[in-house]
Design a protein around this ligand. Structure first.
Ligand code: CIZ
Length: 304
């Protein structure tokens, strides 16, 4: 470990004790952030940990909507997002006003939102989903028609798994959507025999060519339990670090060199230490929005 990192790690340990803090890192974070975290996981796993931990301060190393979800579930805790500019372009593709307009246009439809939405959008929706539980929630929720937002690719994927009617929103994750069917065809030719797992945020033509479509938690489980030893991975680069760490005897290759989310790379060890020293930037959610957004998240638990 280089001297500077060691000093920062020592300082982080002192601050964690002094402030009674826990460090949560998303699966897409850079290596040093994953290594210094108390827990690494997907956004929902981390929000649940946030709500159950005894720590008073939660340092959420991810993007803005994730820290908001932690604050929604743990309103009495201080939630820090080490770089306030770490946003989610996909979450920003949905605004509460447009949700209200669509609800008027389709009065019989329930509104299901992906967890990648702002608290203000969740407050307008009936039920939240993650990529891991979307199919189950949609099939179990008592409605026959859904407005699904904001990810059109995840929405199309679910539409193929249910008899229910899905009205798609036109949003997408820039990191997953950039991969084309042609690129996948070439990647498969270049690496015959590799098992291809992709995220359902990828385009339908990419998902069709994959061996399996899973969220990050599902990919980690599959890699651990399967007999396969060589994987091509169609999701954000950060997951490759965790996959290799947990399965040192297996090989993992990123499906496409462009699968890097710039926002997920904003956070580093130095910013985590600074956020605890300054107790900033803190995430706040207005109570009126928080209570309604929590209902949307609670229903996800109820129907998944
Ligand atoms: O829910 C999450 O953490 C995201 C954005 C992706 C995933 O599949 O874990």
């Amino acid at each position: 470990m280089v001297e500077k990192t060691k000093t920062l790690m020592d300082r982080l340990s002192e601050l964690k004790e002094e402030k009674n803090a826990v460090i949560l890192a998303h699966n897409y974070q850079i290596d040093e952030v994953q290594d210094c975290a108390d827990y690494v996981g997907d956004s929902f796993e981390l929000s649940k940990i946030a709500s159950e931990t005894d720590a008073q301060v939660i340092v959420f190393c991810g993007v803005h909507f994730m820290a908001e979800s932690a604050k929604i579930l743990a309103p009495h805790k201080t939630v820090l997002l080490p770089d306030i500019m770490a946003g989610c372009p996909l979450a920003d593709m949905a605004a509460p006003q447009k949700v209200k307009e669509l609800k008027e246009k389709y009065p019989k439809a329930a509104v299901a939102c992906y967890i990648n939405t702002t608290a203000a959008v969740k407050a307008e929706c009936d039920v939240c989903v993650t990529s891991a539980n979307a199919e189950k929630v949609i099939n179990n929720y008592p409605a026959e028609e859904f407005i699904f937002l904001p990810d059109q690719n995840l929405g199309s994927y679910i539409a193929g798994k249910t008899q229910k009617k899905i009205i798609l929103w036109d949003g997408y994750c820039i990191t997953h959507h950039r991969v084309t069917g042609d690129e996948v065809k070439k990647a498969r030719e270049a690496m015959p025999g590799a098992f291809l797992m992709v995220h359902p945020e990828c385009r339908p033509e990419v998902v069709e060519q994959a061996d399996i479509a899973l969220g990050t938690g599902g990919m980690l489980r599959y890699a651990r339990e399967s007999q396969e030893t060589k994987f091509m991975v169609g999701t954000e680069l950060g997951l490759i670090y965790r996959l290799k760490k947990e399965n040192p005897e297996k090989d993992f290759y990123l499906l496409s060199a462009g699968m890097i989310c710039p926002n997920m790379k904003f956070t580093n060890l130095q910013k985590i230490v600074a956020s605890l020293e300054n107790m900033s930037p803190q995430i706040e959610v207005p109570e009126g929005i928080r209570v309604r957004a929590k209902t949307c998240l609670d229903r996800m638990l109820q129907y998944s």
